[in-house]
Write a protein that binds this ligand. Structure first.
Ligand code: GDP
Length: 447
């Protein structure tokens, strides 16, 4: 299912990032432990009851103060309209409406997206009287909240859920669904064109057309694939320098619907911070991933070894060290066979299932090799079952669930990977504390 995208827009300092943090909460992830990757986190998932949406904090794209503020904010809002299914237009309930708020409102009024005026820093004592000014903006939905204290946020999500379009079911499969992602100019569209031979991919320049995600069915070596959201890849020209980061939104949208992500890197640039961001989202989305080091033709032969480049990528992105690395030249149409070999392999691995017996032997052996204990109680694994594919997900019953250190969880993941494969996929472990039968907290059995 494709989640709706909620964009938070508004002038600087109205509390967009506070609201974003409030909606998205904090989740410990592998990615977060890598310096520089999640510093300016701009996308996250919000959950309300069983409904989920992707939230975009456009506050992170705040216009450069030296440039024209109005133009910058306008561009930011236009971009949000283009990307989002629902817009949370945040205004400051204490400061009241400003010229810039009205400017934003006039841009939003021209869009066909549902818009929810979110009056932040709203003092409950003011009651509805004070919201009158904001109703004057002409949008039907107006809610007073306090992002900082959490007041009104549940109502906000309830209304957002009602306004946002229902998630679309995935299109029936016509081959492995592949998202080609990466920052601008690494050669994504050139790669798509290389795959298509000399056929051109349609270019959609009109604003809004990219939401109707255009997927391209292709046949490569007689095998069908669907390249996800190729219209988005081709979208050029409208994205200003300051908004380049929004390229990540495209990646996110495609990731939602893909089975495999091809993260395209530029051989002449190495791994940049934005590459790391995008890789982080692919990891969080649970997608099987392969790196395509494109423009390999620009690297003088013999000067750089492929194995060294692979090592550098995995060093820089340790949270994605399971992803194989391919070398391509879209311009010379080289390396595509290798890339598709990897796509086939990791798509199959992502769907693989391993029996509980095999899994239990693997983790018990791992624990034996490297015993661990908390408050004198040694870890015991009572059972392990694979509960999901794409990404491979395992539920373990153990006696020490919450006490397990992050690095030990990683060790177990690596042990499973070593024994069972799952090349290209992140592996998820869910720990459950065993019931009283296996010994409650503090009186766990000793072996
Ligand atoms: P996108 O923004 O990721 O879709 O990137 P494009 O496909 O538009 O490519 C950006 C630029 O890089 C263009 O000038 C391409 O001609 C060039 N380019 C793309 N792939 C290659 C490649 O494999 N080798 C070389 N030398 N240039 C490439």
């Amino acid at each position: 299912m494709l989640r709706p995208i909620l964009a938070i827009v508004g002038r600087p300092n109205v509390g967009k990032s506070t609201l974003f943090n409030r909606l998205v909460g904090r989740r410990r992830s592998l990615v977060r432990d890598v310096p520089g990757v999640t510093r300016d986190r701009l996308y996250g998932t919000t959950t309300f009851e069983r409904w989920q949406a992707t939230v975009v904090d456009t506050g992170g794209f705040e216009p450069d103060p030296s440039s024209d503020l109005i133009a910058g904010v306008r561009a930011q809002v236009l971009q949000a309209i283009d990307e989002a299914d629902l817009i949370l237009f945040v205004v400051d309930g204490r400061a009241g409406l400003t010229g810039l708020d009205r400017e934003i409102a006039s841009v939003l009024r021209k869009s066909d997206r549902p818009i929810l005026v979110t009056v932040n820093k709203f003092d409950e004592a003011q009651q509805d009287v004070a919201l009158g000014e904001y109703y004057g903006l002409g949008f039907p939905g107006v809610l007073g909240i306090s992002a900082e204290h959490g007041r009104g946020v549940a109502e906000l999500l309830e209304v957002a859920r009602a306004l946002a379009p229902a998630p679309e079911p995935e299109a029936p499969g016509e081959g492995t669904r592949v998202a080609i992602i990466g920052r601008p100019n690494v050669g994504k569209s050139s790669l798509v064109n290389a795959v298509l031979g000399h056929e051109r991919v349609l270019v959609h320049d009109q604003p809004g057309t990219t939401r109707d995600a255009v997927d391209t069915p292709v046949t490569f070596r007689d095998t069908p694939y669907v390249l996800i959201d190729t219209a988005g890849i081709r979208r050029k020209g409208r994205v200003s320098e300051a908004l380049e980061k929004l390229a990540v939104v495209m990646a996110l949208k495609s990731l939602e619907r893909a089975e495999v992500a091809v993260l395209v890197l530029d051989a002449s640039d190495g791994v940049t911070a934005q590459d790391a961001h995008i890789a982080g989202y692919a990891e969080e989305a649970g997608r099987a991933m392969v790196f395509a080091v494109n423009k390999w033709d620009l690297v003088p032969r013999g000067l750089v070894q492929k194995a060294d480049v692979t090592g550098q990528i995995h060093d820089r992105l340790p949270f994605a060290d399971y992803a194989p690395v391919c070398f391509t030249s879209a311009i010379r149409q080289e390396g595509l066979g290798d890339l598709f070999d990897q796509i086939d392999r990791i798509a199959a691995e992502a769907k693989k299932r391993v029996t509980p017996g095999e899994l239990l032997a693997v983790v018990r052996q791992a624990v034996e090799r490297r015993p661990v204990s908390a408050r004198g109680v040694p870890l015991r694994v009572h059972s392990i079952h694979q509960v999901g594919v794409g990404p491979p997900t395992f539920a373990l019953r153990v006696n020490l669930a919450s006490d397990l250190h992050f690095s030990y969880r990683r060790y177990l993941i690596n042990s499973i990977r070593h024994a069972c494969g799952f090349a290209g996929s992140p592996i998820r472990l869910l720990f459950r504390r065993s019931g009283p039968k296996h010994g409650a907290r503090g009186k766990a059995r000793r072996a």
